[in-house]
Design a binder for this molecule. Structure first.
Ligand code: G6P
Length: 608
């Protein structure tokens, strides 16, 4: 969702702002703009659509000057028009603000300010901020920082804010409450950004602003204050990511690069966490006494949570539930301190997932996050974190973060099983041997991408497709369908294969691709899947199977097969999903969509 950048340094701000905004494009947006200071005045440029529109405009009529702030807007309040695009200003045009989040009491504030003579030009909630600041200055605030602090103290909701003021022409102001914002420390230059990858090529140290903090950035340095004006000593952290991690590295898209990174990501995670120990922040004794686990997440992370539930139930004997964070937060669940909450999030900034952590804390539960972004809100608000360490995921459709979340669940389930003595050492060792096979197995799936592409090319043009799976691979079916709809815009539905007869069977005809995940298992699920496939075949559905290498039964039924290496049932979803990621990828390519930045989607959903 909305992306924020800001630059303070000796150079003209435009190139830095545009470079940062391009690196934030993946978050999802529909308009963009910059505000740049030049000789004591603020120049603003905004444009609807892709960043190239703003870039063209700035090429035709450049704005020279420094410092500056920039923004990519994902419309919430008001359509994606130039007038609604950020930055927004006060009546005098001396204050410009960019904002990510939602000011919930904006209507009330707007009415109050309008009554005082302020004129509003947009439909956004954001526009109240520059007007509030202006009013604070008019009412006698000692300086801009005080006016900003006072204005924000009146705003309800979530925000990350960047601001400039024409009368303080060397300063960029920043503030955060509930929406992500970081400060980058470079060589004689300072940045604000919604995330680290946006400025990774310019900095090696960052300050993660805390909720309720305001900062000033000048060429002389960075100062951080709490909302009451007390100066605080920020913690400066060294960035361990390499700049290349956020580049495409020769791949045609970030998504394809990230699919290819999966073997490396999983190998790394395995090496690092092979024996998850007390360092995850919760003791073996805590896990022994636990009586329930509640997993909450959104989107792809929710599917990882569904898979995690099956593993945890099987290995630990605990009662485990998974829910969508957006549903869980409005339920009335019977949770007590004996419940562990596991929030799963790639970005660590998803608003609904964060809300669940806050609820769980009120009930006295601990939260153990599975998260990809150090310093993110989910990490900071949880008691402990298993980092997925997949590196920046730029493609909007999640791939490597998903398999890393699956791996994190596998390692956690084995860790808890050890603590609770529900698996013996030998069983755990055998599981570890099989888990260690997953990176090579994924590599093998990827090496067959040309044959997966051929299947996608054959089936991509229908209006719809159905994905079926059972038990461990029911979440795989949901995730495969999600990947397909996210990037190819083909309607796709994931279903538990056993539910097919209760509805989706009515959809089956000679045109419908039915993707059946039917890898070999030790239990009866495989035979049941074969029966379901027979039922599809009898109705002339077009079966694409994900099957184990050498499987003869599936061969006799399916029209096309995506082969995957054999592995223990419990870990097959980690491999099977990669075949479906590639199937969706090549379908999207054949349909000519914008794979890394699919329409309407945001990578990080920071509002409810
Ligand atoms: C958005 C993204 C998805 C992601 C979901 C949850 O919808 O497009 O890829 O799975 O948010 O995000 P999180 O960062 O919490 O995993």
């Amino acid at each position: 969702m909305c992306g924020i950048v800001g630059y303070v340094g000796q150079q003209n701000a435009t190139p830095f702002l545009m470079d940062g905004l391009k690196r934030l494009e993946y978050r999802g947006y529909d308009s963009a703009g910059v505000a740049i200071l030049d000789a004591g005045r603020i120049s603003i440029r905004r444009a609807v659509g892709r960043l190239s529109a703003l870039e063209d405009s700035l090429e035709k009529a450049p704005i020279l000057g420094k410092p500056g702030i920039g923004h990519t807007r994902w419309a919430t309040h008001g359509a994606p028009t130039e007038t609604n695009a950020h930055p927004h200003t006060d009546d005098s045009g001396k204050i410009a603000v960019v904002h990510n989040g939602i000011i919930e009491n904006y209507q009330e504030l707007r009415a109050e300010l309008t009554a005082k003579g302020h004129r509003f030009t947009s439909q956004t909630d954001t526009e109240v901020i520059p007007h509030l600041i202006a009013q604070e200055l008019k009412d006698g605030a000692a300086d801009f920082l005080t006016a900003l602090r006072n204005a924000l103290a009146r705003a309800r909701g979530a925000y990350a804010v960047g601001a400039v003021f024409a009368d303080n022409p060397d300063t960029v102001y920043a503030a955060r409450h509930g929406s992500p914002l970081i400060i980058g420390l470079g060589e004689n230059e300072f940045f604000i950004a919604s995330d680290v990858p946006a400025i990774l090529n310019r900095i090696s140290k960052v300050i993660y602003l805390n909720d309720g903090e305001v900062a000033t950035l000048t060429p002389r340095g960075v100062r951080v204050f709490s909302l009451d004006g007390t100066e605080v000593q920020p913690e400066i952290q060294t960035v361990t990511l390499s700049a290349e991690a956020a580049e495409r590295a020769g791949f045609e898209t970030y998504m394809l690069k990230e699919i290819h990174e999966q073997p490396r990501v999983l190998r790394h995670l395995l090496e690092k966490n092979e024996t998850l120990g007390d360092e995850i922040g919760l003791s073996a004794d805590y896990f022994r006494k636990l009586n329930r686990i509640m997993i909450v997440a959104c989107g792809t992370a929710y599917h990882a949570g569904m898979y995690g539930r099956l593993l945890l139930e099987q290995f630990t004997g605990l009662a485990v539930e998974t829910d969508l964070a957006s549903e869980f937060r409005y339920r009335d669940p019977k949770i007590d301190p004996g419940t562990l909450l596991i929030p799963v999030s790639q970005s660590g900034e998803t608003a609904d997932t964060l809300a669940c952590i806050r609820m769980a804390r009120e009930w006295g539960c601990k939260a153990l996050a599975i998260c990809n972004v150090p310093g993110s809100s989910v990490v900071r608000e949880s008691d402990a974190t298993i980092f997925t360490e997949a590196g920046p995921e730029i493609g909007v459709a999640s791939t490597k973060a998903y398999t890393a979340q699956q791996m994190a669940f596998a390692l956690l389930a084995l860790h808890i099983a050890r603590a609770r003595d529900t698996l013996d050492d030998e069983e755990i060792a055998e599981c570890m041997i099989d888990l260690r096979k997953t990176p090579d197995a994924i590599h093998r799936v990827i090496s067959r991408k040309e044959s997966i592409k051929a299947v996608a090319d054959k089936h991509h043009d229908g209006p719809s497709s159905l994905y079926l799976g059972r038990k461990f691979n029911y979440p795989t079916a949901l995730e495969g369908a999600l990947k397909n709809k996210e990037i190819s815009y083909q309607h796709a539905e994931g279903y538990a294969a056993g539910e097919m007869k209760h509805g989706p069977i009515a959809l089956i005809n000679e045109y419908l691709p039915v993707i059946c995940i039917c890898t070999k298992t030790r239990d009866e699920v495989y035979d049941k899947m074969l029966s379901n496939m027979k039922e599809v075949e009898a109705r002339h559905g077009r079966i694409i199977a994900v099957a184990t290498e050498g499987d003869q039964h599936v061969k006799g039924i399916a029209e096309d097969i995506l082969y995957v290496p054999e592995i223990r049932d419990e870990f097959s979803p980690i491999i099977n999903v990669v075949a479906l990621q590639l199937l969706a990828y090549y379908a999207a390519q054949a349909r000519g969509t914008d794979i890394d930045k699919p329409r309407n989607l945001a990578k990080s959903v920071t509002v409810e």
